[in-house]
Design a binder for this molecule. Structure first.
Ligand code: FES
Length: 103
């Protein structure tokens, strides 16, 4: 089963729709899209960039380094130069904190 690791309060996502957190030693990016929450690995699959520093446009996160894009719901790489999907994790809100589900 999943281990639910506490991450950040939803208010951290209010300004930009995205925030970084470290859960279980793993750096993740959390996203708010239309009132629902999603998480991916924070590291871009194209290079050494933090997706949490990127620009969230709807359900797409744009990498700050070369402007490749991923769908935050599926992890799919949807915009060049990204071609490899980023890992996704389930998110739940409990006790006022977003929790990330780790395998
Ligand atoms: Fe993210 Fe190149 S490092 S698009």
């Amino acid at each position: 089963g999943l281990t639910w690791a506490p991450a950040v309060p939803p208010s951290d996502l209010e300004e930009f729709g995205v925030a970084a957190a470290t859960v279980g030693g793993l750096k993740v990016a959390l996203y708010a899209v239309d009132g629902a929450y999603y998480a991916t690995a924070d590291l871009c699959t194209h290079g050494q960039a933090s997706l949490a520093d990127g620009f969230l446009d709807g359900e797409l996160i744009e990498c700050p380094l070369h402007q490749g894009t991923f769908n935050v719901k599926t992890g799919a790489a949807v915009g060049a130069p990204c071609s490899v999907a980023v890992r996704t994790f389930p998110v739940k809100l409990e006790g006022g904190l977003l929790h990330v589900g780790l395998p």
